[in-house]
Write a protein that binds this ligand. Structure first.
Ligand code: S3P
Length: 165
């Protein structure tokens, strides 16, 4: 079984995945490896729709890897990915309110997120649009705003243990 972390930009998917497993797969990094350029540059050259095609390709190749996958916030944009996610039973949604996510997105200077360059109002609309998909696809939802990555990982570990009992 593969544990898949979903949630909006800034929700800490990669950080939490790193606590859950030192061998976790970071979908964005795998995409960068495949396209041979930073995601922001790919968006500029080829646009978002082409990015979603590659994202789906890479995701479908890795979804049965059996480890932990940190997805990108837009994984729920494509109907094909939503179908894949609906078939999984360990999809964990890292949930937070928009203002704490926006703060985290802006504090993260290392990660240039093309869709986060649009200003708070537009990004909040995207958040509102995606919220239902994240929630609807989640087998477990963890509120992350007031928790450390270690606390979040512990909640997920405990839930997984309960699932197996
Ligand atoms: C995206 C989120 C990013 C990355 C790309 C698109 C999105 O991942 O996949 O910039 O559409 O929300 P993170 O959620 O890891 O920032």
């Amino acid at each position: 079984m593969t544990l898949i972390l979903i949630g909006f930009m800034g929700s800490g998917k990669s950080t939490v995945a790193g606590v859950l497993s030192e061998n976790y797969v970071d979908l964005d990094l795998e995409i960068v490896r495949k396209i041979g350029m930073p995601i922001a540059q790919f968006f500029e050259k080829f646009g978002e729709a082409e990015f979603r095609v590659v994202e789906h390709q890479v995701f479908s190749e890795l979804i049965d890897s059996g480890g932990v996958i940190a997805t990108g916030g837009g994984i729920v944009e494509s109907p094909e990915n939503r179908e894949l996610l609906a078939l999984q039973s360990e999809v964990v949604y890292l949930k937070a309110n928009f203002s704490s996510l926006w703060q985290r997105i802006n504090a993260d200077k290392k990660n240039v997120r093309p869709l986060a360059q649009n200003g708070a109002e537009i990004v909040e609309k995207l958040y509102e649009k995606r919220k239902k998909s994240y929630q609807g696809l989640a087998d477990l939802t963890v509120e992350v705003a007031d928790k450390s990555p270690e606390e979040i990982a512990q909640i997920i570990f405990d839930w997984q243990k309960g699932q197996k009992e």
